[in-house]
Design a protein around this ligand. Sequence first.
Ligand code: MN3
Length: 393
Amino acid sequence: MKNITILGSTGSIGVNTLNVIDNLDQDYNIVGLSANTSANTILSQIKKYKPEVVAIADLNTAGFVKEQLKGYDITILPGRSGLLELSSRNDVDLLFNALVGSSGMEPTLCAIKSSVDVALSNKESLVMAGDIIESEKIKSGAKIFPVDSEHSAIWQCLVGEKIDEVEKIILTGSGGPFRTRDINTLIDVKIQDALNHPNWEMGKKITIDSASMMNKGLEVIETKWLFGIESNRIEIVIHPESIIHSMVEFKDKSVKAQLGIPDMKVPIQYALTYPDRKSSMWESLDLSKIGSLSFEPPNLDRFPCISLAYEALKKGGTYPAVLNVANEQAVYRFLNSEITFTDIPIIIEQACDKHDYILHPTLEELLFLENWTVDFVKSFKTKVSLTRGPCVY
Ligand code: MN3
């Protein structure tokens, strides 16, 4: 019996995680769940899984849910503090962090500090606070199990291998919905065009990140912290079919790849059952049906977010955190029809250039910078152009 808490249980990854648990024969005891505003989904999850405690970040939703559960033996923890209290519990075996965006960073840190292993779907945690999380991991002995499909692939390729025998890591990316679109029309991208991902079904924020390819940029930074590999040994290759989930090249030039149907339930299940593998009912890969796999280099003129992410990773310190928060806020403004699709990298570049850089920020300094970046992006009005060209990594 494994005691588990799932943060963000009403989102796309959270729902899939509960689905995977339903289909595993090993018993899981759901200790805690968390939601933000999805009252109906969390109510039905509470009735089905009977957790001891549920954190609900949105105060109105927390009040409503509490009212609906009169007579139930359950603790509802409201607000941000409730989420952090749930994340800090040391009586669970695994915290599954499926929160979206920078709000997921502190909960990861809380669990690590409490010596609880984290199955990490929230890539923003490592992008923002990789340095702090790494040193807390060393202190507490807690581990991070990647859930992101690319990082799960790399993790699986590295089983039985020595990290100092790795030559490079090759992250695959589908290229998203705008891989072949006329580059001059990207300014006119509609919200619906950007939300229309060819292979993966995901939440809105990550779908926009995939369309701008900032998702791949964030994954480069995540790779550095998960596997201790520097940016000049992390490459991106576009692979539109999304069958190879990533690859590792070793010193002897042998390359290992992990393949499968694009389905997040597979990496979710591996993070839950590691180091074991359990039978599943997910779809089998039939390569003869797929026929051929194709690859191309990423077009850095089309996707300036990739260069911005590599630059932030190389500069280090607070750059990746500001890049991440600026991106997140710019994506929300795009989804609100306040800015164009091509404004996203411009805003990120400006925020990175204008912030007060710190090489080794504390958590407090990161949280201060998060607020600064949110305000910066909210007040961003001027029409300026991108000053950077594509970078060479
Ligand atoms: Mn991914």
